[in-house]
Ligand binder design. Structure first.
Ligand code: EPS
Length: 360
């Protein structure tokens, strides 16, 4: 039993869609909880005026009846309100009538750091919009909705996932960058509590939980680096300082330190999972960098369009969703079950078998 997620949707197209396959039947979903995460993702200092336009809300097309999962593919939709300004430019079918609104003219000056150049070369496109629309971080809205579903599943086995932004004076940096028509990145941290030992496996690289979390985080737009636990700092330490000593007390095994970030040899070890993701500065610059026309090769300034100065606080919510989804997938693999009660029952039986002192 596993859990899969497929998403579709362009930034200014009609909607974003997510299909989750492999949820147990009987999981109660709270619409407000999903919408709260969607709202959290839209907030944060430095976001684009686009966020005042969108008011993301989840719709469900399949897999749910009266608020309970059916054990069938769950299909989530988040609409793009901005699409009405792009109805001609982003029409799925050949548009009718005179060009009107946004996106009617080809964008031919690729932005360094965005998908524009690599995407047009790869797919043989004449308009960078055909690449950038799907590459846009707008897609993360529906990934957050899927993450909220994953969090509901994890909550059934007492696992909680939370995130924070690792920063010094982020708002000041953002204000300064905005004034200079520039952008900034940043670092976010995600923690998962009460994750039982034994999620993931050392058996193959595909099963390693750390590799999976790293892939999930690097799969988010603009993420260029990932750390598990103390990550790069561990390379500077001696083995005697780097590893988390093992103790056994009331309740079972536990650690007093967590430099490994809750994962050893690709397997959760019962401590909190701690991961960090580093985001590069966003590539759409109001004072653009040098570029070259994809059509003529002529030098020119890269595409300028409305964008965020920073999306670090949004990344924290998106990273939380990505980690939640990956942990939920690993939990489905370990505990299985068609009905939620089977899944929870397998988790309870496992906890009875292993001596583990929970962190929270
Ligand atoms: C994005 C560019 C901006 C962001 C967008 C991601 O979009 P627009 O050009 O429409 O203002 O606002 O993010 C979202 C719309 C969102 O909901 O997060 C990009 O190029 O990645």
């Amino acid at each position: 039993m596993t859990l899969t997620l497929t998403t579709a949707g362009e930034s200014h197209g009609p909607a974003l869609v997510a299909i989750l396959v492999g949820l147990p039947a009987g999981l109660v979903l709270d619409r407000d909880a999903i919408d709260t995460d969607l709202k959290r993702r839209q907030q944060g200092y430095g976001r684009s005026p686009r966020q005042r336009l969108e008011q993301d809300r989840v719709e469900v097309l399949a897999g749910l009846r009266h608020g309970r999962t059916l054990g069938t593919p769950l299909t989530l939709v988040v609409r793009n309100r901005d699409h009405e300004n792009w109805a001609w430019g982003m029409s799925p079918w050949p548009p009718e009538g005179e060009p009107v609104g946004k996106g009617t003219k080809p964008a031919t000056l690729p932005r360094p750091g965005h998908a524009d150049l690599a995407g047009t070369l790869k797919f043989g496109l004449a308009d960078t919009r055909d690449a950038l629309e799907r590459a846009s971080a707008r897609q993360t809205a529906v990934a957050v909705a899927a993450g909220a579903v994953a969090k509901a599943l994890l909550a059934a086995i007492d696992v909680q996932v939370e995130s924070s932004v690792v920063t010094e004076e982020l708002e000041r940096k953002i204000d300064q960058a905005r004034g200079e028509r520039d952008t900034v990145g940043g670092v976010v941290e995600v923690r998962a509590h009460a994750v039982p030992p034994g999620l993931g496996s050392y058996a193959t690289k595909e099963e390693r939980l750390d590799a999976r979390l790293a892939a999930a985080l690097l799969g988010i737009q603009a993420v260029k680096g990932v750390e598990i636990g103390e990550g790069f700092a561990l390379a500077e330490l001696r083995g005697s300082q780097a590893h988390d000593e093992i103790f056994r007390g009331e309740g079972g095994f536990y650690r007093e330190t967590n430099r490994a970030g809750g994962i050893e040899a690709g397997v959760s070890n019962g401590e909190a999972i701690v991961v960090r993701a580093a985001m590069k500065p966003l590539p759409t610059l109001m004072r653009p960098l040098q570029s070259a026309n994809i059509d003529t090769g002529e030098p020119g300034e890269a595409l300028v369009e409305r964008s965020d100065v920073a999306a670090v606080e949004a990344l924290a919510v998106v990273a939380e969703a990505a980690v939640a989804f990956e942990l939920a997938r690993a939990a489905r693999e370990k505990f299985g079950g068609d009905a939620l009660a089977d899944f929870v029952g397998a988790w309870r039986a496992y906890l009875e078998r292993i001596p583990w002192r929970r962190t929270r």
